[in-house]
Design a protein around this ligand. Structure first.
Ligand SMILES: Cc1ncc(COP(=O)(O)O)c(C=O)c1O
Length: 387
C-alpha cells in the first residue's frame, strides 16, 4: 500500500463512528479530575488540553499529512508564513545566518531579511542551481537553508540530494517548501530534507477556501515546533483542518487533472509566436511523476502587454493564489515578487513581462481559448471579444 492510500484510509480523530471524520469544534476539554488536568498539562499522560495546541481535527490533518510525506510527525499553523515564522523562532538565535534560494515567494525572503535582521539573524539569497555560490555563501554561522522546489514562478527545481549532503556535512537544518508539487508528486524528506513545509491553502485545499501552513519531519524537530506553537498561539483552526483532511483524500486525483491541463496549455504556449519564453516542468523534466501545474511565460512586449493580457482574460481569474479549481493568473513582478528590488527581479529572472498561470480543473480547450484571445488582444491591442 503506498503512502497516499494509507493517508486516505487514516482518520485519527476519535470522536464518533462516522465514516467521514467529524469536526471537533471546541476550545477546551473536560478533565475527569484535577490530577488528570495536571497530568495532561505536564504531558505525563496524552490527551487534549486546549485547542491552541491540541485539537482532534487538527491532529487528524497533521497525521494524514505526515503519512503522505513519509514523516514521523507534522504540525499545522495558521498560514504558510506563520510556519516560516515558527521555523525561525524555534531553530535560530542571534548571530545565526540563513541561506534562501533566490527568487522564491517574495514574502518569505522579506520575512527573513526585513524582520530578523534586527534580532541579529542574517539572510542571503543564492541562485538555486549554482552549487559554487551555495558553497561560497555558506558561513560557519549558517544554521538553516530554505528552498522551494520547484520555485514559484520560474519553476526551478532544487538539487535536493546535493543540498542534503551539503547541509548534513555542516549541521544545517534543510527546509524544502513543497507547496507546488505536494506529497503526491514529491517527498523531499525521502530525498534528504530535514523538514518539508506547505502553504496548505494551495493544492492541499484545492478550492481556495482556507489559509494555513504545515511542517513535517522528524519527531524531535516537530516537538520543538509544537512547544513554540503552544506559546505563540499561531494555530490552525479545527474547521480549516477538517476541510483540509477531506481535501487530502482527493489530492492525487486533483493533481493528475491539474497536470493534464497544464501540459496541454504549455504545449500550446510553446509554439505561440507572441510568447518569448515558457517556464514549466514540462520543458525541463523527464520524470512525468513530478510535473507541476504552475507555469509562467514571458509575453512579447513587457509589462504593459502583460497587464493588457491579464486584463483581457475572461475565464481565467486574476487571483494571487494557486491550486484552485479555477485557472488563476498573476503578474509576479507587481504582486507576489514586488518585494524584491528591480535589480533583484532582473537578477532572478522575474521579468516585467512574466505571467504566472496555475492550471485549474476546467476543460483545457476553454483555458487555451481564453489565453489565445487575451494574448491576441494584448499584442494586437484589439478590444477583448471573448464570450
Ligand atoms: C511557495 C509558497 N510558500 C509559502 C507561501 C506562504 O503561505 P501563506 O500564504 O499560507 O502564508 C506561499 C504563498 O503564496 C507560497 O506560494
Amino acid at each position: 500500500m503506498d503512502s497516499i492510500t494509507q493517508g486516505i484510509h487514516s482518520n485519527f480523530a476519535d470522536l464518533t463512528d462516522s465514516h467521514a471524520p467529524a469536526i471537533s469544534m471546541t476550545s477546551a476539554y473536560d478533565f475527569n479530575s484535577a490530577q488528570e488536568a495536571k497530568d495532561r498539562f505536564s504531558g505525563k499522560v496524552t490527551g487534549n488540553v486546549y485547542s491552541r495546541f491540541t485539537n482532534p481535527s487538527v491532529d487528524n490533518f497533521q497525521r494524514k499529512l505526515a503519512i503522505m510525506e513519509g514523516a514521523e510527525s507534522a504540525i499545522a499553523f495558521s498560514s504558510g508564513m506563520s510556519a516560516y515564522l515558527a521555523l525561525a523562532v524555534s531553530f535560530l538565535k542571534q548571530g545565526d545566518h540563513v541561506l534562501l534560494a533566490g527568487g522564491i515567494f517574495g514574502t518569505t525572503t522579506h520575512l527573513f531579511r526585513q524582520y530578523f535582521d534586527k534580532f541579529g539573524i542574517t539572510a542571503k539569497s543564492v541562485n538555486v542551481n549554482n552549487k559554487e555560490e551555495w558553497k561560497k555563501k555558506l558561513l560557519p554561522t549558517t544554521k538553516m537553508i530554505i528552498v522551494e522546489s520547484p520555485s514559484n514562478p520560474l519553476i526551478k527545481m532544487a538539487d535536493i540530494q546535493w543540498l542534503s549532503t551539503l547541509t548534513k556535512a555542516n549541521n544545517i537544518i534543510f527546509v524544502v517548501d513543497n507547496t507546488l508539487l505536494t506529497p503526491v508528486n514529491q517527498n523531499p524528506l525521502k530525498m534528504g530534507a530535514d523538514l518539508v513545509l506547505h502553504s496548505t491553502g494551495k493544492f492541499i485545499d484545492g478550492q481556495g477556501r482556507t489559509v494555513g501552513g504545515v511542517i513535517a519531519g522528524r519527531k524531535a524537530h516537530i516537538d520543538i515546533l509544537r512547544s513554540y506553537l503552544r506559546s505563540s498561539g499561531t494555530c490552525m483552526s479545527a474547521f480549516d483542518a477538517w476541510v483540509l483532511s477531506h481535501s487530502l483524500d482527493t489530492l492525487k486525483a486533483r493533481m493528475a487533472a491539474h497536470i493534464n491541463n497544464a501540459k496541454a496549455i504549455v504545449s500550446w504556449l510553446n509554439i505561440n509566436p507572441n510568447v518569448r519564453k515558457v517556464y514549466s516542468t514540462f520543458n525541463s523534466l523527464l520524470d512525468s511523476s513530478s510535473h507541476c501545474p504552475v507555469f509562467s511565460f514571458i509575453i512579447r512586449g513587457g509589462e504593459d502587454t502583460a497587464w493588457r493580457c491579464i486584463d483581457s482574460m475572461c475565464l481565467i481569474s486574476r487571483c494571487t493564489n494557486i491550486g484552485d479549481t479555477k485557472t488563476l493568473v498573476t503578474h509576479p513582478a507587481t504582486t507576489t515578487h514586488a518585494r524584491y528590488t528591480d535589480e533583484e527581479q532582473a537578477h532572478y529572472g522575474i521579468d516585467k513581462g512574466l505571467i504566472r498561470i496555475c492550471a485549474g480543473l476546467e476543460s483545457s480547450e476553454d483555458i487555451i481559448h481564453d489565453l489565445a484571445q487575451s494574448i491576441s488582444c494584448a499584442v494586437d491591442r484589439n478590444v477583448c471579444n471573448a464570450p
